[in-house]
Design a protein around this ligand. Sequence first.
Ligand SMILES: C[S@@+](CC[C@H](N)C(=O)[O-])C[C@H]1O[C@@H](n2cnc3c(N)ncnc32)[C@H](O)[C@@H]1O
Ligand code: SF4
Ligand code: SF4
Length: 317
Amino acid sequence: MIPFSKRAINIDAGFRCTLECPGCARTKFTRKGKKIPGKDLTIDQFDKLTDYFKRVSFCGTWSDPIFNKNLIEFLKICKEKNISTEISNAASHKPVQWYEEAFKANKDVWWHFGIDGLPEESHKHRKNQDGVKLFDMMLTAKYLGLNVIWQYIVFDYNEDHIEEAIKIAKMHKLKINLIESTRDFIPDSGIEPVELDYEDKTGQIGWKKMSDEPRPKSGFTPKCIMSDRDVSFSSTGHITPCCWTNISYEEKHLEKLFSEKLHINNNNSVQEILDSKEWKNFFNKLRNDSIDTLPETCVEYCNHGLNHNKESKRISL
Ligand SMILES: C[S@@+](CC[C@H](N)C(=O)[O-])C[C@H]1O[C@@H](n2cnc3c(N)ncnc32)[C@H](O)[C@@H]1O
Ligand code: SF4
Ligand code: SF4
């Protein structure tokens, strides 16, 4: 098993977002009248995380990292501690000056901007987004010397604009990553995910396509044990084995991972949490117990082969 210290940690830096993307766990939660749990990540907590993990992704599962008031401070800490850092941002509700300060705080950070289509149409999926402003922020980052990635999820409204987007990306020397939507949508979103129908002959475009085959039932293959899948940090203040368990904090079988004892504030270090009997028991259960006694989340996400993506090429960071 790949040691956790060699993996990246995917952090939900808070519980807020101003967008309502129809496939996002937060939109599904809030539509049911449920409150997104947790609080903002604090400096003390982040210090503990970065004493252990050397790769950090401010992506998360139901928040946008720009809403954590400490984000710029976190970026400075990453610079001081030489932490490899990525941010995924799609919400656009921060002033231009804030972006400039954030970019200048650490120019080694890779920023991924979720702009799905041409800037003026991205809001069709990224509901409430000002795509034109966010695109400008992406250009600002680029011209300040940062590495940026334009993440373009394909939908019916933007599939015919891929060539144009690539032309714009080339003009500004931006990396572009075309991906198929991986989520079930809430029904009234008014847009449809589509298959990515684009062949990259340049070798410069990143893309991710999902298999149209039904998921093979090849037995239980826990990705947290059998691959280098990122560990997660939940807005509840807990480390979790993956981002799927991150949002399943209500599930009975997972409740020990979300106990007060394993809360980061109640431990001096990440190692202390990973050494706890609750954390170790969780992995022993995945290894040894019969599938009908495992957490539903694990059965849902890991009861099939490891490589479900038919084709994918990650642009090299
Ligand atoms: C919950 S978001 C958090 C980060 C940030 N708020 C954002 O949206 O980029 C986590 C990741 O899910 C991606 N995502 C959102 N909707 C998606 C969809 N329908 N299909 C695939 N990925 C999606 C986002 O682009 C982001 O990379
Ligand atoms: S911007 Fe990110 S966190 Fe916000 S609703 Fe969209 S996918 Fe979810
Ligand atoms: S869903 Fe469960 S088994 Fe799969 S990676 Fe996450 S914790 Fe491991």
